[in-house]
Ligand binder design. Structure first.
Ligand SMILES: [Cu+2]
Length: 165
């Protein structure tokens, strides 16, 4: 009896830094450490999937340097990967995000959703934009089922267009 309590107290102190005395309970489990593994450290970002080798995304139109009128039709191109709606997890596939007048977002997190980061979670491969007159940049970034870019990211060249008044 005393031997068991002594062992339990020693064990508790060794593992729990003596924050509390061991409960006076001789039925305590003998191996508390096995029941409570330490939580994993928080990851620096979301898990990212690898794209197929040679996969690439590109803007079919408008061409870099083009002068265009509203509405601006943007056509997405993708080689070596498939397009699936958001929420569907499939290797070698993802959905498009169109970045308008902005740099790439953090690549280890879901792509933000706002008017500069437009999601095409339905699996769309083109869109029409209404942009203010002047110069704008467009860039495509593929995301996985959770909107997280692949590693390495599947990202297009950035095109600059001029929208006529
Ligand atoms: Cu998305």
């Amino acid at each position: 009896m005393w031997l068991m309590r002594g062992a339990a107290i020693f064990c508790c102190c060794a593992l729990a830094a003596c924050e509390q005395p061991a409960p006076d309970n001789t039925a305590a489990p003998e191996t508390p450490a096995a029941a409570a593994p330490a939580p994993a450290p928080a990851p620096a970002g979301m898990p990212r999937s690898a794209p197929p080798a040679g996969a690439s995304v590109y803007i079919v139109s408008p061409a870099n340097g083009a002068t265009v009128s509203n509405p601006v039709r943007v056509v997405f191109g993708l080689k070596g990967m498939g397009v699936v709606p958001a929420g569907i997890e499939r290797d070698g596939a993802g959905h498009h995000h169109l970045l308008v007048d902005t740099d790439l977002p953090p690549l280890n997190l879901p792509v933000p959703a706002d008017d500069r980061h437009i999601h095409f979670g339905g699996g769309q491969t083109e869109t029409e934009l209404t942009l203010s007159p002047g110069s704008h940049t467009l860039q495509l970034l593929l995301g996985d089922h959770l909107h997280v870019p692949h590693d390495p990211p599947v990202v297009s060249a950035r095109v600059t267009i001029t929208v006529q008044p």
